[in-house]
Design a protein around this ligand. Structure first.
Ligand code: T5A
Length: 248
């Protein structure tokens, strides 16, 4: 499979939007990097980005959110701020890259708001649904890779990577919160089986990346990608998007 194949070219006319989701330390950043390198090696225009963040404005909101400064205002305030960051990220980074036919790989996206603020914050699903409608609109992921592993294992991995550094706002939540996250991500995947694919994240990074590649390759070559309706007001030139460039 290469971008010169007719089916793949057609599928990438509106870009291809991949999100990685899962609990803390599931290996999302590691796999985003491996996948990006693989696609770039095959000649795909690829943009790797993350949430919260991914654009200068959203990165500023990331610092505020992960510092815990918004936590006392409650999960609704956090959900609204994550959504504000997402609007900027979509407008400045994701939609322009998709419009150029890029494969966009995003480390976390709207499913994280559904899980962390919605399900675990006990927010009214109508609020989360409404926020998602106005922020994401038609720019839904074509494929979501749910990296699944027991919460304890993910937290151990996150702890060893951080070493003695401080835990952030969400890592500091208790184990039952993190177990609830895992359950919620699995429920989201079960409810949207066409978009979501559960990946066994307990395996070695190499084996996880092979699972992911089988799925991505299958989707890119199937030519069954639903056409995306371009969002109004997002015709932004993006001179910085080129092969393999990171958003940050
Ligand atoms: N959040 C985010 C919300 O509450 N609502 C939202 O809407 C959004 C978008 C972001 C936080 O914001 C919250 C969720 C998060 O708490 P973050 O710093 O971006 O915080 O962190 P996370 O997204 O949680 O990601 P992590 O940094 O915790 O972990 P990753 O990216 O899943 O894991 P990774 O790749 O960094 O790996 C962690 C360690 O494990 C090793 C790696 O080398 C690394 O040391 N590792 C493995 N070890 C063994 N086997 C494997 N297969 C491994 N894969 C990686």
């Amino acid at each position: 499979m290469t971008p010169t194949d007719q089916t793949v070219r057609e599928a990438l006319r509106h870009g291809f939007f991949i999100t990685l989701e899962g609990g803390e330390g599931a290996g999302k950043s590691t796999q985003a990097r491996i996948l990006s390198n693989r696609l770039v090696g095959l000649g795909y225009d690829t943009l790797t980005t993350r949430e919260p963040g991914g654009s200068p404005g959203a990165e500023r909101l990331r610092d505020v959110l992960l510092s815990g400064a918004v936590a006392p205002l409650g999960p609704a305030a956090e959900a609204i701020l994550f959504s504000a960051a997402r609007i900027d990220h979509l407008d400045k980074t994701i939609r322009p890259a998709l419009a150029q036919g890029c494969v966009v790989i995003c480390d976390r996206f709207a499913d994280s708001t559904r899980a962390y603020q919605g399900a675990l914050g006990n927010l009214d699903p109508r609020l989360i649904g409404a926020l998602e409608t106005v922020t994401v609109g038609p720019t839904k992921p074509d494929l979501t890779l749910m990296l699944d592993l027991p919460a304890e294992v993910g937290l151990d991995r996150a702890n060893s990577r951080r070493m003695s550094g401080p835990v952030d706002r969400f890592e500091a939540e208790n184990l039952s919160f993190h177990r609830g996250l895992r359950q919620t991500f699995l429920e989201i995947a079960a409810a949207e089986p066409h978009r979501c694919k559960v990946i066994d994240a307990m395996q070695s990074p190499e084996d996880v990346s092979e699972q992911i590649w089988r799925v991505v390759e299958g989707r890119l070559t199937s030519g069954t990608k639903p056409g995306r309706i371009p969002a109004v007001g997002n015709v932004i030139s993006l001179p910085t998007v080129r092969r393999g460039v990171e958003a940050l």
